[in-house]
Design a protein around this ligand. Structure first.
Ligand code: GLN
Length: 214
């Protein structure tokens, strides 16, 4: 695990994984396979120097409370709103939504309305397969665990995947969300897609730095 000082070591992007609760090791494994350095984010200073961040699955209510308890909530919201690439899976998707049915939102950053535990108790966990052209031409294995779905996108958000009539992935500028868990499969396609978002932002930032220096 690189330390804060080692974040930019060997020029690889550095992606933080919010590590308050949820599937952290699985995201680390996937990111390592796509050639990214990872940092576990447990306090606000771990956000410094990150090129992107993953908000993993877990329980959104708990993660939302822990974000405040550990004073990460505000700095994280500011970073996301100023363009830090973020990938929210499942509970992470819920944390990013501007609207949650019947509840107050958390980070309220993304123009989506979500319904928690939308698939109901009986089938609250299941696997499916589908081609999501934005990610790949090959079918992806999709793992849903007490998953939300996106009721609607509005404003600047757009649908990336609709599975069986429900929106399961969306994108808005620097934000990507999936209601399923790509980190629980051996397929790194979605992590590769997110890493491309991270690299594009790094290139943009370098361009801006060069302009300032010129
Ligand atoms: N059911 C959880 C929630 O509402 C999300 C489940 C998950 O992240 N796998 O927060």
């Amino acid at each position: 695990m690189p330390t804060a000082a080692g974040k930019t070591e060997n020029g690889k992007p550095v992606v933080g994984i919010l590590a308050l609760q949820g599937s952290v090791a699985e995201h680390e494994r996937a990111l390592k396979r796509v050639g990214v350095n990872t940092v576990r984010v447990l306090k606000a200073e771990h956000l410094d120097g990150l090129d992107g961040i993953i908000l993993p699955g877990g329980e959104s209510t708990t993660i939302g409370k822990l974000l405040k308890l550990f004073d990460i909530f505000e700095p994280l919201k500011v970073k996301i709103e100023s363009g830090l690439p973020v990938f929210g899976t499942c509970a992470g998707l819920i944390l990013l939504a501007k609207e949650i049915e019947g509840e107050q939102p958390h980070l309220a950053a993304m123009d989506i309305r979500v319904r928690r535990n939308a698939y109901g108790r009986q089938i609250d966990s299941f696997c499916s397969r589908a081609v999501i052209p934005e990610f790949s031409g090959a079918p992806l294995e999709l793992v849903f665990i007490r998953a939300p779905w996106i009721e609607k996108v509005f404003g600047k958000a757009r649908v990336v995947a609709e599975i069986d009539g429900h929106i399961a992935a969306a994108r808005q500028d620097n934000m990507l969300v999936t209601s399923f868990h790509p980190e629980l499969t051996s397929d790194i396609t979605v992590h590769q897609y997110f890493t491309d978002m991270v690299k594009a932002r790094m290139k943009d930032m370098r361009g801006k730095d060069a302009e300032t220096e010129a």
